[in-house]
Design a protein around this ligand. Structure first.
Ligand code: 5GP
Ligand code: ZN
Length: 131
């Protein structure tokens, strides 16, 4: 994947602040953090999103993410953390190489949760059935 910025980071063609690497998974600091200590966890193999990524690779990434989340919380003294993952530009995905965000969270850090909408009468059951 010649033009993929994350493939270039893995291949050491673009610098990054690496926090973890094994033969399948790589992790580094997001350069525009939601909170300081925000890391990205990615598979070394290029896949554009979660649907494109084989299950075995997803399992590898999630296992590493769990380990790194503990380290992020310890290092930043966070009160909690979010794990996020965007699929498609409509969902905010900007880099089309599958990645998990681990974002340390602090009481009163000023970030607001997702807004919530509501269903019309009977609509919820229809969505559940369709899905
Ligand atoms: P997405 O919006 O695709 O879920 O997340 C992409 C993330 O990659 C963004 O949070 C953005 O700040 C980060 N990012 C984009 N380019 C680079 C880069 O060259 N280096 C690093 N460290 N992070 C990047
Ligand atoms: Zn890539």
């Amino acid at each position: 994947m010649e033009e993929c910025i994350f493939c270039k980071i893995i291949n050491n063609e673009i610098p990054c602040s690496k926090v973890y690497e094994d033969n399948k998974v790589f992790s580094f600091l997001d350069l525009a953090p939601v909170n300081k200590g925000h890391v990205l966890v990615i598979p070394k193999e290029h896949h554009k999103d979660i649907l494109d990524t084989p299950d075995t690779i997803l399992a590898d990434v999630v296992k590493v993410a769990k380990k790194i989340a503990k380290a992020v919380v310890k290092a930043t003294n966070a009160d909690g953390f979010n794990i996020g993952q965007n699929n498609g530009s409509a969902a905010g995905q900007a880099v089309f190489h599958f990645h998990l965000h681990i974002i340390p969270r602090f009481e009163n850090d000023g970030l607001t949760a997702w807004p919530h909408k509501s269903y019309e009468e009977g609509e919820m059951e229809k969505f559940a059935e369709k899905i």
